[in-house]
Write a protein that binds this ligand. Structure first.
Ligand SMILES: [Cu+2]
Length: 125
């Protein structure tokens, strides 16, 4: 988690630096929220995984994958971008058994930078 935080700080520093460039009106995407939330334990399988960024992200190359503790991909490979909120991606999942899951995402920022990241949640009845 500490290294993620360091990366976020680094990214915001880089973003501040790029404010000098004419393209800088466009934001670098940073994940700001998810459902299930990062590092939470829930009792029942979610129906879908939601990820929100600080700004709209590109519609191309978007990816969200849910991986179980054995390394198997378990989501339905149906990532969507909300029509009226381009900062919101989601994919559906089947009924997931208790386990710790890793959600990996990849998006293209409006500033054209590719952003990848991951977070975990646990299902425990
Ligand atoms: Cu960027």
């Amino acid at each position: 988690m500490k290294s993620n935080y360091a990366k976020m700080i680094l990214r915001s520093l880089l973003f501040t630096t790029t404010l000098a460039s004419p393209l800088s009106v466009f934001a670098h995407a940073i994940m700001v929220k998810s459902q299930p939330a990062q590092d939470t334990t829930i009792a029942v399988s979610p129906k879908q995984i939601d990820v929100w960024f600080n700004d709209k992200v590109g519609s191309e190359y978007k990816a969200v994958a849910v991986i179980d503790s054995k390394g198997n991909r378990v989501d339905n490979k149906d990532v969507q971008q909300e029509l009226l909120d381009g900062s919101h991606l989601y994919c559906t999942v089947p009924d997931l058994p208790p386990d710790t899951y890793t959600v990996r995402y990849r998006v293209v920022s409006i500033d054209t930078h590719i952003v990848t990241g991951k977070f975990q949640f646990t299902i425990k009845p």
